[in-house]
Design a protein around this ligand. Sequence first.
Ligand SMILES: NC(=O)c1ccc[n+]([C@@H]2O[C@H](COP(=O)([O-])OP(=O)(O)OC[C@H]3O[C@@H](n4cnc5c(N)ncnc54)[C@H](O)[C@@H]3O)[C@@H](O)[C@H]2O)c1
Ligand SMILES: [Zn+2]
Length: 359
Amino acid sequence: MRRVTVPLDPPYDVVVGSGTFDQLGATLDDRCRVALVSQADVATQYAPAARTALAREGRAVERFEISDGEEAKTLPTVETLCRGFTRWGLRRGDAVVALGGGVVGDTAGFAAAVYHRGVALVQAPTSLLAMVDAAIGGKTAVNLPEGKNLVGAFHQPRAVVADVDTLASLPEEQYRSGLGEVAKYALLPEGTAVAALLATRTDAVLARDPETLTDLVAQCAAIKAAVVGADPEERTGVRAKLNYGHTLAHAIETTGQSAIPHGDAVAIGLVFAVNLARTLERVDDATVASTRALLDALGLPVTVPEDRRRDELLVVMGRDKKARGNLTFVLPGPDGVELVDDPPPALLERALGAVGVRG
Ligand SMILES: NC(=O)c1ccc[n+]([C@@H]2O[C@H](COP(=O)([O-])OP(=O)(O)OC[C@H]3O[C@@H](n4cnc5c(N)ncnc54)[C@H](O)[C@@H]3O)[C@@H](O)[C@H]2O)c1
Ligand SMILES: [Zn+2]
């Protein structure tokens, strides 16, 4: 088992390993009531063990389920949860445990942030993406019909408890998507240990070996924890590096007809960003080649799906809320990963061409 501390006031731990559910109640009062929020598939497989672990000290535990997918991340779902909490008798001193992927974590986390003006929260992520990203840092939110994550709050959990054994049942597509986010960490200057692990234990990573996953998730969590500690509420530019690969990724996700998993879009975005950095002479050919090789080894896509149109991608990238210029990119370079505004159009075209987008 590995433990990563998120350096906030108060600090909290990300506990990673096999069979970590024993730790679910470690930061909660022995007598508190616990609303265990999950989703059908995840709940059937893992809620019984989570409930047993939480009830051991004599706590009352009640299960609440939300439906699957982005469509469940809404204010009506939060209202349904909060009404259920009230009917069951959840009070100010009680707790919410979010057991599931990022959708459960964001929705149950936001409910915990606003119910009785905030109750204790424990994040128990069960997807790779949630373990390395969504569950850490206290960002909670739901979607509006007008856009994603438009209503939310910062609500730090008491603890993040990641049981890597749960990843065994994660659908292949979701697992690969999580690896896209892992690849992002590997390509940051502070990600050399992640990159080395991915390079030397590729087969074990793809086979979801629990020991390897414990190391991998803990290393990624440590990078996220350090960034969150340096900029808890995204007021400075420190968190920008977590958006490496994400400018084009968001545009790929919001255009075209076919759905694409977030991490797949990030992988394509990373190839685009490193090529753009190359045309700007911020990195060398070897960096471009090693980025490609890493993503190929993990089975991640490296070209934009054919139904995405160049003009639409550019329009969406121009609307990026993090943009300072007309177009702002997060690019690697000699001083690490930084924001770069408005690259020359010809260079932008070359980088788009490198991921299969033609004018
Ligand atoms: N708060 C943040 O900082 C933050 C950061 C990144 C992403 N997010 C959010 O996270 C969400 C995406 O999270 P996600 O990728 O985990 O998607 P998800 O929560 O939709 O999970 C993907 C699918 O896998 C299933 N699943 C999860 N764990 C499983 C398991 N162990 N076994 C079998 N099935 C399992 C889920 O039920 C779901 O069907 C998005 O809404 C995104 O906005 C939030
Ligand atoms: Zn991401």
